[in-house]
Design a protein around this ligand. Sequence first.
Ligand code: ADP
Ligand code: MG
Length: 697
Amino acid sequence: MDITLDTPLRQFPGVGEARSQKLEKLGLRRCADLLSYFPRDYEDRRQMYSIRSAPLGQKVCIRAMAAEHPRLSRIRKGLELVKLRVVDQAGALHLTFFNQSYVERALRAGEEYIFCGVVEEQGSRRSMVNPIFERVGRQNFTGCIVPVYPLTAGISNHLLASLTRLAVDSCAKDMPESLPRGVRLDHQLAQAEFSYRNIHFPESFEALELARRRLTFEELFYLSAGLALLKNRRGDAPGQAVPPRPAEEFLALLPFPPTGAQRRVMEEISADMASGRPMNRLVQGDVGSGKTAVAAFAAWLAVKGGFQAALMAPTEVLAEQHYRSLSALLEPAGVRVGLLTGALAPAAKKKARQALASGETGLVIGTHALLSQGVAFARLGLMVADEQHRFGVSQRAALAAKGNAPHVLVMSATPIPRTLALIIYGDLDVSVIDQLPPGRTPVATYVVREDKRARMYNFVHKLVGEGRQVYIICPAVEENAEGRMQKAEWAEAGPALDLKAVTTYAEKLQKEVFPELRVAVLHGKMRPKEKEAVMAAFAAGETDVLVSTTVIEVGVDVPNAALIIVENAERFGLSQLHQLRGRVGRGKHQSYCVLITSTRSPEAMQRLKTLASTTDGFRIAQEDLKLRGPGDFFGSRQHGLPQMKLADLAGDMRLLQEAQDSARRLLLADPGLRQPENRPVLERVRALFADTPDIFN
Ligand code: ADP
Ligand code: MG
């Protein structure tokens, strides 16, 4: 049979209708799909053992001769056994195959085979159950390094490896070499054919590394090229020039002098907005670094320049907080500030929309509601997204589309390693606020077990007695800003039996532990109006202890709060805990973070101790990446980037930088990828971004 890259898998030997449907579940339809379906691991089957020398309890390959004809027996309906004795110079091995009656015909007495399986021993009798076997001299899966693929029910690794073997042997040579020759030479990358062969059936681990490097580079290269194309295209659109103003005018409104870092970022923003090209800037700053003031500056600049500005927050609570603080800050300077969230009553919503459409509102603060259809601006000049990691690329694009190439500013507290930021936000410039406002004492962090609970409650009494306020955080089912229910991440960690249900816990605290204190509760399932009222009361100092779910995780700013207690702390990610801890230590008071856990896992304990030992959000984020993988940053593909098959965006940092530099250079020479030798690159970029039409089409 002639197999080409286009041959449907249905036509492969051993693939019937049922199997081809299952293969399709893995995204495998044609021969070419198999070649790009990469192993998740490898098994080294190069070493051959004799029956006597083979170690027990692990998979090994043994070369031996069938000493007899296999014996087939039907034990009962649905259970067939094939038994057989094989021998080498020094020993005998007893094989049993369950429900594989074909073995009776496949193995011949007197022939030599490689058997691959786990050896068991009873007395001096050695045996093996269900080994894989191949005739000596006709080996594909023994005596070599074999691939281990991600599987689905009904498709075994052996089947997939056999199909891929056929695909590689027939078609690896036909896989197009899409990387430009110059790029391949510059970065010393292996050729396509070699790489596809060795990623599946490596000749050696060195060859595998070369193959992996090339294919990973390729993936990152097309990703970078796509993002760079996008950036070029945006750069072509004329932006709205916002005339610069003396920053002192704005700084006079602030109740504090800005930090050097805030000043620097304000200058960068001012230059961007005046340039006549649309700004696309990510401002990255650890919790408490003062990003809000920077956002306020940009909004002030836009409104004073005759434009409207919009600030999009990920939660109602945060939107309302920004609304309160920014109207206090900017109204005195003549900026009309409005609020637009899904929580507003229909009449209020309508009024807010009208004020936006007429241009009466200068700065609007809102949630995802800002993205909805009925929202129109008179002259949107700037859009700010706060705590960006909650927004996808496409949401950003949707809001930006409401204006005529408005300036875009994105604020993120998750300190993403810089290279990673560049790839996620590859179409953005990056500013870093790498300095905290003066006078902050680091939050003292403690990891404690249940036995310290009474002491901790005493500590709450003491602090409240001194006039401070306290957060107590419980993991619980959370609601997101769109009102859809989503499980907080702890839910994946296990059953929620011993979790402190937030409402009952708050009632218990009020009744039994803090009868004389003012305890309030806040969680995502409350109505927006209630949430707003609770938060406002806490901000005004009318509540002593706020028992809350992680709805307060991002952005909430109450400088008088000096203690945060996190229950079941092991259920949270490190970056999330760092965010939570950032709710305190925002004022002049010494602040504390107490992580309560009853975990027995040493790793979980180690994680929590990491948090206690540093306040450097950057280090914490990297630790999180190491421990939990990039899920926190890339969860549910919110970033809107295409899926990577091989590349680990967090781990392949050096290669990523190389690929990015290389893609930039290529695009500098051929901005539209129009030269014939670059056509394959353009096609691959298109294919890669085919599933994310919002960002690239
Ligand atoms: P984040 O970067 O986490 O969004 P915020 O903008 O909420 O931080 O600022 C944290 C706190 O620090 C707020 O109470 C804010 O008023 C205060 N703050 C911001 N900048 C300064 C500064 N330069 N000097 C003193 N306090 C500041
Ligand atoms: Mg903030």
